[in-house]
Design a protein around this ligand. Structure first.
Ligand SMILES: [Zn+2]
Length: 68
């Protein structure tokens, strides 16, 4: 039962994991993740790469409820 939303595999170079989130390509490039294709608008990220992405962007935005 999977309709709509995210589907496919992670767009990070060399990664074949199932995608979990889609992120604007610009942000992913800024975060320094290597992509298979940079001419797309939305990048699919697997769970692990999304984590990495969030780590590198942590100072920009506080999406997390970590609270210092
Ligand atoms: Zn990945």
């Amino acid at each position: 039962m999977e309709n709509s939303s995210v589907e496919g595999v992670c767009d990070v170079n060399g990664c074949e994991a199932e995608s979990e989130r889609s992120i604007a390509v610009k942000k992913v490039i800024e975060a320094g993740l290597p992509l298979k294709n940079e001419s797309i608008k939305k990048v699919q990220l697997c769970k692990q790469h999304y984590k990495e992405f969030k780590k590198t962007t942590k100072k920009d935005r506080e999406l997390d409820k970590l609270g210092w």
